[in-house]
Design a protein around this ligand. Structure first.
Ligand code: BGC
Length: 260
């Protein structure tokens, strides 16, 4: 008889340049168990101020000794944030894991926001069960990327910063470029074509997943792209970071196992 999976719920927190979101998550099925709480990112994006907001989000969620996973728009290596986009430069090189652990009084996991979205799509969404190479991208202010090989994440790929035609790819092809430059869908799709063709040339992916809020309009731009790999909309948009962070956070041990 198949054994039912039991795993305690965990909290996922998604830190961005304008907002910080969190919820309690059923990490077996990838569903929110609470309302999604969203608070503005404090002015200046200083580490202590952001940790304070994260603590108040955790406090406002259903009580319990829940594991916590946090995702952040930066390279994250061994708990340290190695870059800073739209937040204070104090994050560069900071031991962010220890900062949140001190403030929340429990162990946490921290990872890149697009990597968290990749884990969510892999565990519960559009990238589940695909063998080979999958690239999950998030199109927003920047372009985030998660590279998955046979279901294993290669973290911190930062493929939004590929240099294409002499410039930073996300400057030309992120959703913010469409908005900033007033591009229509067809004009933006040309930028995306250049971007995703470059990803294909470099990685020969078996599947490309497109996330970010704009993916709800996928019918307006994905059919305009001509690629070798299937390119599909993400299952999760604004909750992908929360779900993936919670999934990774759920593997953090919050209390020691009983002796004996
Ligand atoms: C950052 C990435 C992040 C992506 C999406 C990029 O500008 O460098 O770390 O994943 O934006 O937020």
């Amino acid at each position: 008889m198949a054994q039912a999976r039991t795993q305690a719920p965990a909290i996922g927190i998604d830190i961005g340049g304008t907002g910080i979101k969190g919820a309690l998550v059923d990490v077996v099925h990838g569903e929110l168990l609470s309302d999604r709480v969203k608070l503005p990112t404090p002015q200046g994006g200083h580490p202590d101020d952001i940790a304070e907001v994260v603590a108040s989000i955790v406090d406002s969620l259903p009580a319990g000794d829940h594991s916590v996973g946090v995702c952040f728009p930066a390279v994250v290596r061994a708990g340290r944030t190695m870059s800073a986009a739209n937040v204070s430069d104090e994050w560069i090189g900071l031991d962010a894991q220890s900062l949140f652990e001190r403030r929340l009084g429990r162990p946490i996991a921290i990872l890149n926001d697009a990597d968290a979205a990749g884990v969510a799509e892999l565990s519960y969404g559009a990238a589940g069960g695909t063998a080979g190479v999958t690239i999950v991208t998030t199109l927003g202010t920047g372009i985030g990327s998660a590279l998955l090989i046979n279901g294993v994440l290669v973290p911190n790929t930062e493929l939004g910063h590929l240099e294409i035609d002499g410039g930073d790819a996300e400057q030309a092809a992120a959703y913010s470029a469409k908005e900033r430059e007033g591009l229509d869908w067809a004009e933006w799709a040309q930028r995306l074509q250049r971007y995703y063709s470059t990803l294909e040339m470099l990685f020969s992916p078996d599947l490309i997943v497109v996330g970010g809020g704009v993916s709800k309009h996928h019918e307006s731009f994905l059919p305009l792209l001509s690629l070798t790999a299937p390119i599909v909309p993400a299952t999760f948009r604004n909750n992908a970071g929360i779900l993936g962070a919670a999934s990774v956070g759920s593997h953090v041990v919050t209390s020691p196992p009983p002796l004996g």
